[in-house]
Design a protein around this ligand. Sequence first.
Ligand code: SF4
Length: 123
Amino acid sequence: MTVLTCIVCPKGCRMRIDGTMAVRGNGCSRGADYAVKEFTNPTRVTTSTVRIKGAAFARLPVKTDRDIPKDAVFKAVRLLDDLTVNAPVKCGDIILPNILNTGANFVATRTLLKEAPVNGVLK
Ligand code: SF4
């Protein structure tokens, strides 16, 4: 028996699921679907940031464009440590394709334009 909290809606039902995929405590069928998926193949949309050069900010927010396996999240985010992108970047641009052969991409979640250099120096 595994106990989990549904994250599909703000109600946050506390559910139990056993090896036969019987779900208890769910307030609706979406919770049961979530519990089975979480029990058999947990996945997450993953957010992070990556270094960017030449923009007004030092970090660009990114997210995966689809769920990736939960056990790949840490390794996927670590891939961003070695990456620096150059401004300009548009919201939705692919920053890192096919993360760990999952078919998911890290994409920019905001547009950052190229900043004019200050005293000849780009940020
Ligand atoms: S089980 Fe249904 S009602 Fe309960 S938190 Fe999940 S989505 Fe919301």
